[in-house]
Design a protein around this ligand. Structure first.
Ligand code: CMC
Length: 432
């Protein structure tokens, strides 16, 4: 990876008049950052940036996004073009290997994913151990951790990295579908090697041994597009977690499992489930979404308009734009009319004209419309975040690999400003 260039410097002046010169680094797209790596050693000061609003934790050549202009590119390719012209396997190859595959490379990669789709038979018993009420994200994360027990050579991070990458990419899909089958009490459906990646997932989710199941090309295409749109998003909460955990030397499976858990929260990947639950709650209460928006604006019960707002997108989220259009197209193609779509569109229309949302730069994000498409594909609400994880997997892998290969990587270890009690004497329990 070619590092960012250092062409100029910044001067920092402290309250005591002391000064320090810090290099300014510039990325490919003219992004500027102050390199503070020498700051503490030279001055004794650290920076404080709760929530990492301004902190670049790494240099990365994987994904570029400009939140003001609504730009998202994987390895230089526009997300709009990839969603239209590519498929998820090709995008996974691109993210992980840094270039689009040739026909031969695409064939070898796709074949490897097909051949590694089975999970160890003993792992089937794990599914039986979970209660039927288990959230599939709990099952997915623990099954991914368990994979490191079945492939112990993964504990040596220099051993067969490409093989572990293939395994995790292929088997997470199988685990996700098995978790669903288990939750509804149906037999687990083995993967079918004649099917491509997305079609195979739909087969494992929706086929039953007692009848034939033909994968709808409309659903297959929609799933490919959904997965592509989720495939990477540079240094977000889950990806940074993968890098942080991996920086300790933890293996690929452990690092990805940590990323899955970070994704689960409703402010991150869990928002897609939260959006549908919000829309359903509004519909069940009579459909008065104006009142809901009023509650949000008045912060009643700390309500938020789920699926709105983003840390980096301050104009629009390019993924949401594609998804809104896709939502109309997919529902029309499969002849589904979802009343929740009407509620969502009504809420969006009001929010986009409302000063509360305009002034805070809150726009629909990737999670606002994705759930409605997942519903149309037949995927249950509690599986939505699993779908996000399936899509984000190649991004997490690409970041883990980039971190491992980067000679500048150091264990992630932030600092803090201590605000607790000053030193005090221990008081024995009988004197307290
Ligand atoms: N509804 C109502 N108010 C909001 C919302 C929202 N969805 N999002 C932010 N705000 C308000 C927030 O209350 C705060 O107001 P104030 O200045 O009066 O205190 C202001 O906007 C700034 O919010 P913040 O939480 O400081 O902003 P952030 O950059 O830390 O948070 C966010 C970004 C995505 C967590 C937040 O917008 C949010 O909670 N959105 C809803 C959850 C959601 O849809 N998450 C999915 C994000 S996209 C998928 C992904 O990549 O994770």
């Amino acid at each position: 990876m070619a590092g960012a260039e250092n062409k100029s410097n910044a001067k920092l002046i402290f309250p005591d008049g002391k000064e320090t010169i810090l290099p300014v680094v510039v990325g490919t797209e003219d992004e500027h950052g102050v390199d503070i790596r020498s700051l503490r050693q030279e001055t004794g000061y650290i920076t404080l940036d709760t929530g990492y609003m301004n902190t670049g934790a790494t240099q990365s050549a994987i994904t570029y996004l400009d939140g003001e202009k609504g730009i998202l590119r994987y390895r230089g390719y526009e997300i709009e073009e990839l969603a239209e012209k590519s498929d998820f396997v090709e995008v996974s190859y691109l993210l992980i290997n840094g270039k689009l595959p040739t026909t031969k490379e695409r064939g070898v990669f796709g074949q490897a994913l097909t051949r590694h789709s089975l999970i160890h038979e003993d792992m089937h018993q794990f599914f039986a151990g979970y209660p039927p009420t288990s959230h599939p994200m709990a099952v997915l994360s623990s099954m991914v951790t368990s994979m490191s027990a079945y492939y112990p050579d993964s504990l040596d991070r220099n051993s067969a990295v490409d093989l572990h990458i293939t395994r995790i990419l292929s088997k997470v899909r199988t685990i996700a579908a098995f978790a669903y089958k288990k939750s509804i009490g149906q037999p687990l459906m083995y993967p079918k090697n004649s099917l491509k990646y997305a079609a195979n997932f739909l087969h494992m989710m929706f086929a039953v041994p007692s009848e034939d199941y033909e994968v709808s090309p409309i659903l297959e295409k929609a799933l490919n597009q959904l997965l592509i749109l989720h495939a990477d998003h540079e240094q977000n909460c889950s990806t940074s977690t993968v890098r942080m955990v991996g920086s300790s030397g933890a293996n690929l499976y452990a690092s990805i499992a940590a990323g899955i858990l970070a994704l689960w929260g409703p402010l991150h990947g869990g928002a897609n489930q939260a959006v549908i639950e919000m829309l359903e709650e509004i519909k069940t209460a009579g459909g008065d979404y104006k009142k809901f928006i009023d509650d949000v604006k008045n912060k009643r019960d700390n309500r938020r308009l789920m699926g709105f707002g983003h840390r980096v997108y301050k104009n629009f989220d390019p993924r949401a734009k594609i998804l809104k259009k896709m939502c109309d197209e997919v529902l029309a193609q499969i002849g589904v009319r979802d009343p929740l779509l009407d509620v969502a569109k009504g809420m969006e229309e009001i929010a986009l004209k409302d000063d509360y949302f305009i002034s805070k730069k809150l726009y629909p994000n990737v999670d606002f419309y994705s759930g409605i498409i997942y519903r149309a594909l037949g995927i249950p609400t509690n599986m939505f975040t699993v779908m996000f994880a399936l899509g984000r997997l190649p991004g997490w892998i690409a970041h883990w690999k980039e971190m491992v290969d980067d000679p500048q990587t150091k264990i992630g270890r932030p600092r803090q400003i201590y605000t607790g009690a000053p030193v005090r004497k221990f008081v024995p329990i009988d004197q307290r």
